[in-house]
Design a protein around this ligand. Structure first.
Ligand SMILES: [Zn+2]
Length: 462
């Protein structure tokens, strides 16, 4: 029973469904790791997702509203329709194509014209000096940055070219500095602001990556990482069904055999960080945001474009934003995604995220002199120039309107030079002054959104 308990916990932890239990029972080593993984990682809030919060929304959404949301934002592929069925008076959601075939819905949402139980927060009294008074804004600076940037594989390191000096910087430090500067701008306009994290190098998850490795894998020193026994243990772990099939998992594992023990140690650290630790950190970010109950959430990121983008400049430069939606059918095997789908149908989160992201995209074009992307983007659905619906974990699980913004292309020739400047200090973080323009764009976009919401002119084109 204990084995089953931990197997269930780790499945919840990494949000994985599949034939994991059998694998665990047959693999003592995996079990030991899962025990410690569970004990160290499960102190956070992990609750079985439930449809109960949506009962109050029964009969509040019309067929036309639901169909528009599905057609314009939520459906990414044809397989999506294997998990839902839409009738004039209700929508059924199914756990699998087989349960759809058998007509055994997991949840039914009844359509109707009753008013929503949750009222839209409105501006009480407009004060031109404090136009954001009363607005609660969560800022999530993407990635870890600082001394973790190489391990998390989010850095730019472009060598000296044509007499120009080297460009070395990283995304997590840029986002931390941008968020700190942006917080001060928003607070000066009356907003209440919460940052999920402050300093570069920090995670939101309560255990640092190094401590997590100690607790989970009993790795204490650099020498430990390089031993054959440790490396074999970690490869087995990465190969287990418990680990999500993301970030080129198979290619990462295949590559290890050709590396020296030192290079393999680095690659294993990177893989554990990207495939496992990052999932825990994203979950901690979402929990922190949802606990605070913001009116809107902004995830701050900077783009990188093309293969080998850490080391190579290119000519492309653009801004883009992601909003909730763009759900692939395969993702609906997962209950948390099915729950999110219902949340997107009964609340104004998706449409408000669209307006917010459009306002931010337009402000970025004006402030940064860089156009939005308008061509299709992988795993996402183009909603409008610069605005894409995508089923990212943070977008899926955050319970407020949200803009997940990717400003500028870090490895663009000119942008790399601008972003590598160390000409400013923001909250003790050495940063390029370019990030102040990015923060200004976010501020202008948020002000435009809040004004639009309060003037009842929220009508995104689809
Ligand atoms: Zn990023």
């Amino acid at each position: 029973m204990l084995k089953m308990y931990y197997a269930k916990k780790v499945k919840l932890l990494l949000n994985i469904e599949g034939s994991f239990v059998n694998h665990v029972v047959s693999n003592l080593f995996a079990l030991l790791m899962i025990v410690s993984l569970s004990l160290t990682a499960l102190c956070g809030q992990i609750m079985e997702p439930s449809y109960a919060p949506f009962e109050q929304y029964q009969h509040t959404v019309s067929y036309v509203q639901a169909k528009n949301l599905i057609d314009n934002y939520l459906r990414l592929d044809a397989e999506f329709d294997n998990y839902i069925s839409l009738a004039p008076d209700h929508l059924d959601i199914f756990t699998s194509p087989a349960t759809k075939q058998a007509n055994e819905p997991e949840f039914t949402l009844f359509f109707g014209t009753q008013s929503s139980p949750v009222e839209q927060k409105k501006l009480q009294l407009f004060n031109p000096e404090q136009p954001l008074a009363g607005l609660r804004i969560a800022l999530d600076p993407g990635h870890l940055g600082g001394n973790m940037a190489q391990l998390e594989e989010r850095f730019i390191d472009i060598p000296v070219q044509n007499g120009k000096s080297a460009c070395t910087f990283n995304e997590g430090t840029l986002t931390a500095a941008t968020a700190c500067y942006l917080r001060d701008m928003l607070v000066s306009l009356g907003a209440e602001v919460m940052l999920t994290k402050g300093k570069p190098g920090q995670a939101v998850y309560e255990v640092s990556f190094n401590d997590w490795c100690k607790q989970t894998f009993d790795i204490h020193t650099e020498a430990d990482w390089a031993t054959a026994a440790t490396q074999q243990k970690l490869i087995s772990f990465l190969q287990s069904d418990a680990i999500p099939n993301i970030e080129n998992r198979a290619a990462r594992i295949a590559e290890l055999v050709s590396l020296s023990s030192q290079a393999a140690a680095t690659r294993l650290k990177q893989s554990l960080l990207r495939l496992c630790y990052n999932q825990l950190d994203l979950r901690a970010r979402t929990a922190k945001i949802n606990d605070w109950q913001p009116d809107l959430t902004l995830a701050l990121h900077y783009n990188a474009h093309g293969p080998n983008s850490n080391y190579k400049t290119i000519s492309a430069n653009y801004n883009m934003t992601f909003i909730p939606g763009g759900i692939e059918g395969a993702a609906l095997r997962n209950k948390t995604t099915r729950i999110a789908l219902i949340r997107f149908l009964v609340t104004p989160i998706v449409e408000q995220s669209h307006v917010l992201s459009l306002c931010i995209t337009q402000a970025m074009t004006e402030e940064l002199g860089v156009k939005p992307l308008k061509t299709p983007y992988p795993n996402s659905r183009l909603v409008e120039t610069g605005v894409y619906a995508r089923n990212l974990a943070l977008l899926r699980n955050t319970e407020s309107p949200m803009c997940y913004a990717e400003s500028l292309v870090q490895n663009n020739h000119d942008e790399a030079v601008r972003l590598s400047q160390k000409d400013d200090v923001i909250d003790g973080i050495i940063a390029p002054s370019r990030i102040k323009q990015v923060a200004k764009a976010y501020t202008n976009g948020i002000c435009a959104y809040w004004e639009a919401l309060n003037s009842n002119s929220v009508s995104p084109q689809s």
